[in-house]
Design a protein around this ligand. Structure first.
Ligand code: MRU
Length: 380
């Protein structure tokens, strides 16, 4: 396919604002988030002074993506502790904010465990312990991201020794979801830095356009050769022989290796199987949930019909003076239309060529293999 359809990225933008930072101004601790509902039009920060604000940010997707949800959950517990809110109740609110990404509960519990363990030494000590746990998770996620990028690139290079990888990705898996450079996107980025990324195909990712709004934004900032496509165009792209590998992230990986990720991932896996293209999942071990036995046991978040019956682009105006997300009211379907709007789908392990974690590459994907990875990462 001719590259005149492509828009090559340019790397002349200033550095992105931090996706999440902790601050302690004189009037109390805050969690500051880069509001992802406003990207790419505006880089605006959202200052959360309490846990309900953080929960709203999670539910509106101002902050999103599995690893970052874990980090946010941990800082949320630290925020509750620092501000003297009911920490146990706050932890519950945070953990229940969204159901599918296992990292959210993992991050919340890590900070909560640290808080509880230090509770005997007084409130201030317990709050400091929760914050230290959040910072540690943040740092570890950055480290995991770098290791996944290295393992993932080595795996791609092994599959295609000549380099020049043409990678298709879905949703957003870069620095916007991570303490580091992300998961699947971090692999594409390191391929690019090594001079071995020929093209990053970016699925727009209906209905909330994480691919168009966020992955294209990150690809442009990093100077990647990228091309945006509608989700529906992936089939003809495979048929044209333009995809060497699919790289996606994950929100939860069950004990049998089934992968929940942004809705639209499973159809890509089916396409990849038919066209004999490797389907590679890149996720930190914190995304593996040994307590979920299989794909059927994964709870898939169902979201509002408005996201489907109204144009998604107005998500960008969500913060313009309104409480919570608004989809702008530009209807594309008649009033009263019902919509099926799962946020995720589940890909069975037999369609997954490999799972890349910070511990290495699991291929083929088996229940035993997943157990071994968990043991290595001390996640049981
Ligand atoms: O609904 P979102 O935007 O939070 O969904 C995010 C995804 O599905 C990502 O692909 C997933 O969290 C992996 S990010 C490393």
């Amino acid at each position: 396919m001719a590259d005149q359809y492509a828009r090559d990225g340019v790397d002349d933008s200033p550095r992105m604002l931090p996706v999440l930072r902790w601050e302690e101004p004189p009037d109390g601790a805050v969690v500051v988030l880069l509001d992802q509902t406003r990207l790419p039009a505006d880089e605006v920060e959202l200052v959360c002074t309490d846990v309900p604000a953080l929960v709203r940010a999670i539910q509106s997707l101002a902050v999103r993506g599995a690893p970052l949800l874990g980090i946010t959950g941990a800082y949320g517990v630290a925020l509750a502790a620092a501000r003297g809110y009911d920490v146990e109740e706050s932890a519950g609110l945070l953990e229940r904010a969204r159901p599918t990404a296992v990292n959210l509960g993992y991050g919340v519990r890590r900070a909560l465990d640290a808080y509880r363990a230090a509770a005997g030494r007084g409130e201030a000590e317990a709050a400091a312990a929760a914050l230290m746990a959040a910072k540690e998770l943040h740092r570890q996620d950055a480290e995991a991201s770098a290791r996944m990028a290295a393992h993932g690139l080595a795996f791609l290079d092994g599959l295609f020794p000549g380099g020049g990888h043409r990678v298709l990705t879905h949703c957003n898996t870069g620095a916007l979801v991570s303490g580091g450079e992300g998961t699947a996107f971090a692999v594409a980025l390191s391929a690019h830095r090594a001079g071995r990324l020929r093209r990053l195909w970016v699925d727009e990712t209906r209905p909330l356009l994480q691919g168009a709004r966020l992955t294209a934004y990150e690809a442009a900032r990093n100077g990647l050769p990228y091309t945006l496509l509608t989700d529906n165009a992936a089939g003809s792209l495979f048929a044209a022989g333009e995809v060497d590998a699919v790289l996606i992230g994950a929100d939860r990986i069950a004990a049998d290796g089934a992968v929940a990720n942004k809705v639209g991932s499973y159809p890509l896996a089916v396409l990849a199987k038919y066209h004999r293209v490797p389907f590679v999942v890149v996720a930190p071990t914190t995304t593996i949930d040994p307590g979920t036995p299989d794909g059927a046991s994964i709870v898939v978040e169902q979201r509002s019909a408005d996201e489907v019956t109204e144009l998604a682009a107005p998500v960008l105006v969500s913060a313009a003076g309104q409480d919570g997300p608004s989809f702008g009211g530009r209807r594309t379907a008649p009033l009263g239309t019902q919509a099926y709007n799962p946020a995720f789908d589940v890909t069975p392990p037999e369609l997954v060529t490999a799972i890349v974690t910070e511990e290495g590459v699991l291929s083929p994907v088996t229940r035993e293999g997943v157990t071994e990875v968990c043991a290595k990462a001390r996640r049981v």
